[in-house]
Design a protein around this ligand. Structure first.
Ligand SMILES: [Zn+2]
Length: 511
């Protein structure tokens, strides 16, 4: 068996790793390169033949993990895509949206090309191509083990990063060899994020492919950040302004709505008007509502009681351009949540144009702002920015509460690994900038972990050298434990802790 690191190896976008086992080719994610990675690496080609890929196993719907699946399909991939049910539904909205963006970008580029006498170029893929590629998707519930082909089983466990996001457990048995378990983390979630469950504790991994986005960072306390958001809204309204929140449409919007629903319920802010001005945010909110069984206990309780914390009094989803432009007439008392998250495209630019120059307004960033983007420029203290070719003064108060991040920080990553019953043979570090991966690698090595920072093109052969005697001699016990672990997703938090404790005690005795 062979594991080749391809995308998001040495960077944080374009997630894609290639597993070759029993003459099958399996991709773990197939994401778009974005930002500087897109410029440096490009999204056009694959270094393998898409027609020869048998399966894609998708960790979650974020475009940097899923965004090249329609391109794979366009180039001849006819296999199956396995993911959780919620990921499949989110992809049906997000990949189509990504297709529209590709079409729009190319239309704009072609206008320029025509003026220069150059031939028109094609979009990477169209919205329709994305729609067609959805026929390849098969959704699987969390915790269900399925055998994809002889000797190759997979199971998804909640990684607490986005609705539907999963750690992928791969159980692989080749010919007469012992079973090897590889875990691919996708993105590891942060603890205590609104709506999301905390990342699932796994029992073990022989080999671990692990993300390191924030491997060199420690997050602030989330609660204090959310209190800050409340204060910002109160102060801005008292000054007679609006609060503008540029946000990614899927995940972050719903988390913010959930927090704002608490303010509303606690009567901390009356007559709160919240505009969610993004068609993708509206569609993904509907998908969140469909999968309320995947929420954490608190949000699940809210839904069970008949209260919908994503669609409460005062929340207005705007779809049409006309409704969107009506918001621009509101001078005060509105929270406007709009995409894109880094202010590079979409309706957020209109809201910034109307509010950024007003000193009574506030702009609250809730996600990563890459250097050189409009969001990045505002955050780094620019006094003036250009929006639709017009120079706009930055007079509004600017805030950054990036700590709402959906990624675990260094301690979160280590704590999650430490809950395994044994250390993995090797940990392959991916999905991190050089500094983050190196810092995390050193930190983990000090704790006795065998880590390797992977580069694109690195190939690892996995099939020998694992001491598996202990696990094999206790295979019955192992099976019982796996059954217990399977039931974890269906019990409440207190009993879950107790059950995990008991399982760990049993494992210790047999190690
Ligand atoms: Zn992600």
């Amino acid at each position: 068996m062979e594991l080749e690191f391809y995308g998001a190896a040495g960077c944080v976008t374009g997630s894609c790793h290639i597993l070759r086992v029993s003459n099958k080719t399996i991709l773990l994610d197939c994401g778009l390169y974005q930002g500087k990675d897109e410029k440096e690496i490009g999204n056009d080609g694959f270094n393998f033949d898409p027609k020869k890929v048998d399966y894609v196993i998708l960790s979650h719907a974020h475009i940097d993990h899923s965004g090249r699946i329609p391109l794979l399909y366009k180039k001849g991939f006819k296999g199956q895509v396995f993911c959780t049910n919620a990921t499949r539904d989110l992809c049906s909205a997000m990949l189509v949206d990504s297709g529209y963006i590709q079409e729009m970008e190319v239309e704009w580029k072609n206008k320029k090309r025509r003026r220069r006498g150059l031939d028109a170029i094609e979009p990477l893929y169209t919205a329709n191509m994305a729609r067609l590629s959805m026929y390849l998707f098969t959704g699987i519930p969390y915790g269900t083990t399925i055998e994809i082909f002889d000797g190759f089983k997979i199971r998804f466990r909640d990684s607490g990063h986005l609705l539907g996001s999963a750690f992928v457990e791969l159980f692989i048995r080749e010919e007469e060899k012992d079973e090897v378990k590889i875990v691919y983390t996708g993105d590891v979630g942060n603890v205590n994020i609104p709506i999301m469950r905390d990342p699932t504790i796994l029992d073990y991994a022989d080999y671990l492919i692990m993300e390191t986005t924030y491997g060199n960072r420690l997050h602030d306390n989330l609660n204090s950040q959310l209190h800050r958001l409340t204060d910002i809204i109160k102060e801005t309204f008292a000054r007679g302004g609006n609060v503008i929140i540029p946000s990614f449409a899927v995940g972050r919007v719903q988390e913010i709505l959930y927090e704002l629903s608490k303010l509303r319920r606690n009567r901390e802010l009356n007559n709160l008007m919240i505009f969610v001005d993004s068609p993708l945010a509206a569609e993904s909110t509907r998908i969140f509502e469909k999968y309320s069984e995947c929420f954490d206990e608190e949000a699940k309780r809210d839904f069970a009681s008949g209260y919908n914390p994503l669609r409460f009094e005062g929340v207005i989803f705007t779809n049409s351009i006309e409704d969107s432009s009506k918001i621009n007439k509101i001078q005060s008392g509105a929270v406007i949540i709009s995409a894109s998250g880094m202010c590079e495209a979409g309706r957020i630019k209109h809201h910034l144009k109307h509010n950024l120059w007003r000193k009574e307004c506030s702009i609250v960033f809730v996600g990563y702002q890459a250097e050189g983007t409009l969001g990045g420029n505002i955050l780094s203290g620019a006094k003036k920015v250009k929006i639709f070719g017009e120079e706009i003064a930055v007079n509004a108060s600017i805030y950054d509460i990036e700590e709402l991040s959906g990624h675990a920080d260094r301690n979160g990553l280590i704590k999650w690994m430490e809950s395994f019953s044994k250390k993995p043979e090797e940990i392959f570090l991916v999905h991190g900038e050089k500094e983050a991966a190196e810092s995390f690698s050193n930190f983990a090595k000090e704790k006795g972990y065998n880590t390797k920072i992977m580069k694109s093109g690195d190939i690892i052969h996995i099939n020998e050298g694992i001491s598996r005697k202990k696990i094999n001699s206790n295979s019955n016990l192992k099976n019982q434990l796996i059954k217990l672990l399977d039931s974890i997703d269906n019990i409440d938090e207190i009993n879950k802790e107790l059950l995990i404790g008991k399982i760990k005690d049993v494992i210790k005795k047999f190690r």
